[in-house]
Write a protein that binds this ligand. Structure first.
Ligand code: DAT
Ligand code: MG
Length: 148
């Protein structure tokens, strides 16, 4: 089953949106296979966002993502990487459609509530950065027979 890395960012945690975000992925039919509340150490933040390290906003981005607890998750399901990105909406909440997480809850690009891997390669890389194998739970959901 395909897996992706989803994270409620510090703004989403502070605003009480962990449950709302989990609920959207649950209701869609995806399966949470890992989840934890954590404060990201600076080194991990820099590794996670390494693709942006030359961008002018990198320092601000690392500062923000380490500024308070995040809720990190692994979600599984057919097509979950691309579908979760659609459910999150565009990076800039101003461009994100209503009905998406960023479209419904965000205003500025710096505080856009949620992170989701953008490709199979980043999903694999980001899951490995945040979760040990034993932190991911392999279990069957009987309701999957009514989803797939
Ligand atoms: P996404 O989170 O949609 O994958 P990204 O990988 O391009 O977007 O950027 C990572 C994060 O960096 C993004 O969620 C918010 C921040 N960011 C992106 N572009 C920015 C900009 N122009 N100014 C400030 N922060 C920005
Ligand atoms: Mg990205």
């Amino acid at each position: 089953m395909e897996k992706t890395f989803i994270m409620v960012k510090p703004d989403g945690v502070q605003r009480g949106l962990i449950g709302e975000i989990i609920s959207r992925f649950e209701k869609k039919g995806f399966q949470m296979v890992g989840g934890k509340l954590m404060t990201i150490p600076r080194e991990l933040a820099e590794q996670h966002y390494t693709e942006h390290k030359e961008r002018p906003f990198f320092g601000e981005l690392v500062q923000f993502i380490t500024s308070g607890p995040v809720f990190a998750m692994v979600w599984a399901g057919d097509g979950v990487i691309a579908t979760a990105r659609q459910m999150m909406g565009k990076t800039k909440p101003a461009d994100a459609d209503p009905g998406t997480i960023r479209g419904d809850f965000g205003i500025t690009v710096g505080k856009n509530i949620v992170h989701g891997s953008d490709s199979p390669e980043s999903a694999e890389r980001e899951i490995a950065l945040f979760f040990k194998d034993e932190e991911q739970v392999d279990y069957k959901k009987l309701v999957d027979e009514w989803i797939y």
